[in-house]
Structure formats: C-alpha cells, structure tokens
Design a protein around this ligand. Structure first.
Ligand SMILES: *Cc1c(COP(=O)(O)O)cnc(C)c1O
Length: 359
C-alpha cells in the first residue's frame, strides 16, 4: 500500500454538532474524550500493510488470544497537531515521530510502518476530524498511533499479523495550563530500563512496568518518578514518561546522553536545538542524583510532547527532600517552554521546518 492509496470509509453515526465538539473538548482530563474517528491498517505476510480504513471511534472486537495482549508486542507514538494562526492544523515533527515509531517497531520485531503511510494516516484522520483541533494557547490535538501483534495465537514468537490504529483526543498541556512546579520521587528499588532492554523503544510494557513506582510517588506527595540507572542507581535518566534537563550555576543546560536506556525524546531534541540557537551552552552528560540535588543545580525540568516543559520544584526520596532553586519555575525553563510553544502555535519562525501543514 502506498501513501496515495485511498482510504475506505466505514459508515458511522451522524457527525456531532460543532457546539458539542467544542464543549467536549473543553477541560477534559488527558486522554478521556476522543474524536469521532479512528484510522486503521492491517499487515499480513506477503501483502504487507493494506486495508487502510477510516472508521467510527467505537469499541473494537479482537480475538481472545490476541498476541499483542498476551506478550506485550505493542509500540506507540504520541504527537500533537496545533491550530495555526490562519486556522490550518499543523503536526509537530511528524517525520521524526514516524522514524521513532519505526525504530520502536524494529526493537519489538514488528514490521515498520513506512513514513509516508504514517503521514497519510494522519491526513486521513484530520480530513474527517480536523474540527477537533482546538484553538488557544497550550491546547492541541494529541495523536496516538499504535502498532500491535494482531494474530490470534499464544505461540511464543513474534505475531504473523499486525494492526495499526490511530486515534486522537483534544488536550491541554499534560499538567494543565499553569506552569506549577511538580515534586518528583526517586524510588529506592524500582528501575525503568536496563542496558540491552527496551528503554529506548516507545513500547507499552515500559509504562506498565513503571506504575508501581508511580503509585509510590503519589503516596509521597509526588507527581512523577525520577528514574535512576538500573546498574548503580546513581545516575539520573528520565522523569516519568519524559526526558529531564537541568541548569547549573554557570547557565549551562544539561541532559543525560542517549545511552540506550533512555527514550530519545523529540521534545528533548527540540529543546537542545532551541537552547543552542539562543546561545545557551548545552551538554549531554551523565549526572548523579547527588549532583542534581546540589545547590549548584539551579533549575530542573521535565519535557515531552504531552507536558511540553514542566519545572521540578523538589526532589524527594527515602533520604530526604531537596528543593530545586527557590522551588519555582526558573527563567531558563520558562524561556525555553515559551520559545517552543510559540513555534507550535505558529507565533515564531520555524527555521527547522518542524511544522507540517495538514490541510
Ligand atoms: C514519549 C516519551 C518521552 C518523550 O518523548 P517526546 O518525543 O518528547 O514526546 C520521554 N520518555 C519516555 C519514557 C517516553 O515514553
């Protein structure tokens, strides 16, 4: 199947009135109110990707022995579409998300979805659900492409059939519009990713494996988990489902290097690019938890598509509690967040052509 292939449209209920779309989009908790359609594809040996379909967003029927469900052969992406000042919706770094989706698929022995098909699926969804792209600062349509083993088998091997689905929902920035610093919890026991494991793939199982630590964090009044390396439990790796940055006294912006246990965030890459362009010194190097908690660290923030950039106000572990700076959002965090948000919404030049106009 090529990108120019037409998509079959399954009949569904009448479109919702515009007023109801607006009403449902307003202030819904993250990932709870979905647009009206889903785009799907199937993969079978010999035929590859085929059966491109735009269907109503309803319950799907799957085999009880669904391979992806039993053995976790599931990868996904998360990207956003922003309403531009002229009204056209634009996707952020779509080709880069498609490349990462393919890399995650390879890691789990899932056939890759070609980049053109990834983009074509997004265009097909936007063609029917474009009015769900919200207007306004920090609001966007969040796209969730997923690939999973769709064969009905419990054989312990990669599935021989796969399914792709793309769904969407309108969203505010993950932690809300206000940039309130979050407190983060350092688990004493749990790790997210080990060398040679799946830490750099966006696979569903990584999230399930983190939920116990997330509960521990909540029990200690924290919003997210600060993950340390699995081998020594000394080096800072990620922050929940986000990448982490820090600022040191001399104004240098740092982030851990991509060693294979971190997810190569597209927001991370965007922030490094924007920071260098703004003349900030940047470094990618390992940092210990001790150094992150020392007074030499003036700012810490988390970044990802869902949250954009969220300041960290304090780091908490069984050993104590360390405020970061004065506990409020620092100037570097705020500046970078605003610079990136301005590009998202078409309010600043886009020299790297990160936005893909989708109409
Ligand atoms: C998705 C994700 C990120 C952030 O990636 P973005 O491309 O910036 O959204 C960071 N860490 C983990 C574990 C992730 O799953």
């Amino acid at each position: 199947m090529t990108a120019t292939t037409t998509w079959a449209h399954l009949p569904g209920p009448d479109p919702l009135p515009d007023a109801q779309v607006r009403e449902r989009s307003a202030d819904a908790p993250f990932g709870t109110v979905f647009t009206e359609h889903v785009v799907t594809l199937r993969w079978t040996p010999g035929r590859g990707w085929h059966d491109g379909t735009v269907c109503p967003h309803t319950t799907m029927t799957v085999p009880v022995a669904l391979a992806g469900l039993h053995y976790g052969q599931v990868v996904f992406e998360g990207l956003k579409v922003y309403r531009q000042p002229d009204g056209v919706p634009a996707g952020f770094r779509v080709a880069d998300h498609a490349r990462r989706f393919a890399a995650s698929a390879r890691r789990l022995e899932i056939p890759e979805l070609p980049g053109e098909l990834f983009e074509s699926a997004i265009r097909a969804l936007l063609a029917v659900d474009g009015r769900w792209v919200p207007e306004g600062e920090s609001r966007a349509l969040y796209l969730r492409p997923t690939l999973y083993g769709a064969e009905a088998t419990l054989a312990l091997r990669p599935a021989r059939e796969y399914a792709f689905q793309l769904l969407a929902f309108p969203t505010e920035a993950f932690f809300g519009r206000a940039v309130e610093p979050i407190h983060v919890w350092v688990p004493a026991h749990y790790s997210r990713a080990a060398p040679g494991g799946t830490g750099e793939a966006k696979c569903a199982g990584n999230y399930a494996a983190g939920f116990a630590a997330q509960r521990e964090a909540a029990e200690h009044g924290c919003r997210q988990v600060l993950w340390l390396d699995a081998a020594e439990h000394r080096f800072v790796e990620e922050l929940g489902g986000m990448n982490v940055f820090w600022v040191t006294e001399d104004g240098t912006l740092g982030t851990p290097p991509l060693t294979g246990t971190l997810l190569p965030g597209i927001t991370r890459d965007s922030i490094l690019t924007l920071a260098s362009r703004a003349g900030l010194r940047t470094e990618q190097r390992p940092i210990t938890l001790n150094e992150l908690c020392s007074p030499a660290t003036t700012e810490v923030f988390a970044c990802g598509t869902a949250a954009v950039a969220t300041p960290v106000g304090a780091i908490v572990s069984t050993h104590g509690r360390w405020p970061v700076g004065d506990g409020r959002a620092g100037p570097v965090t705020t500046g970078l967040r605003e610079a990136l948000t301005a590009i998202h919404h078409g309010q600043a030049p886009d020299p790297d052509k990160w936005l893909l106009r989708l109409a």
